[in-house]
Design a protein around this ligand. Sequence first.
Ligand code: NDP
Length: 505
Amino acid sequence: MQDVPKKLKQYQTYIDGQWVDAQSGKSFQSSDPYTGEPWALIPECDARDVDRACEAAWRAFDSGPWPSMTQTARGKVLRKIAGLIEKHADHLARIEVQDNGKLISEMSAQLKYLPEWYYYYGGLADKITGTVVPVDKPDTFTYTLREPVGVCGMIIPWNSPLLLVGWKLAPALAAGCTVVIKPSEFTSASLLEFVKLVIEEAGLPKGVVNVVTGYGAVTGEPLVTHPKVAKVAFTGGSVTGARVASLAAQTFKKVSLELGGKSPNIVFDDCVMEDAVNGAISGIFAATGQTCVAGSRLLVQESIHDRFVEKLLATARTAKLGNPMSFDTQVGPVTTPAQYQKILSYIDIAKGEGAKCVLGGGPADSSVGGGKYFVQPTIFTGVENKMRIAQEEVFGPVLSVIKFKDEEDAIRIANDVIYGLGSGVWTQSVKRATVMARRIRAGTVWVNTYRAVSFTMPFGGYKSSGLGRENGQEAINEYLQTKSVWISTAANSGNPFIMKVAAPQ
Ligand code: NDP
């Protein structure tokens, strides 16, 4: 008997307030990482669709109801978006799990928390103010306006699609920008559902939010280079981030980049050991290690190293692999086949470098995981910081344990990497925590906790981990620019051949 092909859900994309197919008429498949089976068809947009979306976003920015709306009214729209996410959180979480294979427990929590970003920036929308400047010239009234930058291109990765959209979209809308969003080719469906259930229902004017689905080079690059785009907000890998930044520089766009990491999670001998073990585990095995802040370098003080590793292994061995849709699963599959291969190749690299594999170290038996693309939670000891496994981002459940002697040694190792995104410190000494927080070169330092984020706290990288900040009040600046207004109240305009540089004596 011939196989009947499974019915795939056909999506359209959203441009200028309308649901449309790609101009090419083509679609590509999106697969469930757990089963490896395709389940959805996504429009394959190219430069023509990007152009339509950017032109629509420009019209919506330049004229029509969005720019003439008061900031207070825009804030209300954001709060409406928040309420609608609350209503549809469970559905959206399930779509994300189906597309990226992350745990339903994690994605449900994320989607329930996500409305806070829209409430917070909704509240901030009518608190964006310029200042009256006491300028050094007589008969002059001077002030600044904080204005939206314009059309923002947003490029989103596959690991936490709607959360990372929210980190960009909420401040951008609060600032008065309009947007064109390109999701990852692996996880487009949740954004399309979000637009249908939330953005359309919230009643945003057409063209304010547009989506172009497709591949990085074919869809992402035309978005980055489009002349109507004033700002690019990107989250993803450092190699792609560098390309995006160099393309954006050609037309002098404002850019924010949230890139990778090789975050040190530092355990001192005065820690509460059970807490530090849990922090190390959640730092690397949560989200199957596919997070930019993964605590992938575990620095352990040599005086407790062996005891700590023993306890770490005892807990790590209990990790339950399985179907990400089950609430009791602790480690799910890797999201993409390419990422799966990348993780396995780094495990081989670590073995080749002489690191000692004390847990896992290969693909997980599908009878354990129940599906495709499972990697065993893996721990290497005896890692030296110069090894590739300690220097390069793996983005998977692979932990490198590195010994250190004292605070000075820990700082040296922690900072000896090109990245600077997250970091953890486990100690009961306030003095030590404060010194470490000051000396670690990273955008975030967690003390006696790990992987905490909030809409109120700025988030971003030092060094090669990125540019700019998301979250918190600071993030709104990424979507604003300053205009200086000079009003002369003088009786006459003075000598036209001389620039007004100094106050008359
Ligand atoms: P990328 O950085 O390549 O992808 C992130 C986003 O950029 C996706 O939407 C992607 O589209 C898009 N993109 C890709 N190429 C271009 C381009 N030339 N111009 C514009 N946009 C582009 O991540 P990968 O999925 O390839 O993962 C590679 C590595 O990046 C991972 O192994 C991990 O180390 C790191 N990473 C870091 C993340 C973070 O949160 N900081 C998130 C994801 C990955 P498309 O999906 O269609 O290629």
